[in-house]
Design a protein around this ligand. Structure first.
Ligand code: ZN
Length: 159
């Protein structure tokens, strides 16, 4: 098993934190086969809420698939205990927000999509936030100010 961390970076406007709520958050990724290096051309959904039977029958895993080119098994688990919010202090710097246990596979691309929780500087919680083209903007009536996420980027690192 290889541990791979998802890092994100972005600019936060009147936002105190950005969280991927567990276990229901779904990570959409493109995966590269560790054997033949082929990358899936479609986005693959991986979530801690998904429990599929592993091949050994002993454990359940969060994602299981077989490479359509070399037929090797690909297994991924969301390490929920590594879930970390992205905070104001982390602004414009890459920070690991979750790690995955990976066997036979490496994630290479991440799509933010939806399901995020954002807490504004005024404490208001926005749920099921969708980040499109690296951005999300809303308005906090209590703060009487716009709240937003801008220039959101991601990358994967070995941990
Ligand atoms: Zn393969």
């Amino acid at each position: 098993m290889v541990k791979i961390g998802l890092q994100i970076s972005g600019t936060l406007e009147n936002v105190a934190k950005l969280v991927a709520p567990q276990p229901d958050f779904t990570y959409f990724m493109k995966l590269q086969c560790a054997s033949c290096q082929e990358v899936t051309d479609s986005w693959v959904a991986v979530s801690a809420a998904e429990q599929v039977a592993g091949r050994s029958g002993r454990n359940t895993v969060n994602f299981l698939s077989v490479c359509k080119f070399c037929h090797k098994e690909k297994v991924m688990n969301v390490l929920q205990e590594t879930n970390t919010p992205y905070l104001k202090d982390d602004e414009d710097r890459f920070k690991t927000i979750i790690a995955f246990d990976c066997r036979g596979v490496e994630p290479v691309e991440f799509d933010f999509r939806d399901g995020w929780t954002v807490v504004s500087d005024g404490g208001r919680e926005f749920t099921d936030v969708a980040i499109e083209d690296g951005e999300w903007v809303d308005f906090d009536e209590q703060l009487k100010a716009s709240v937003g996420l801008y220039d959101m980027k991601s990358k994967f690192v070995k941990v």
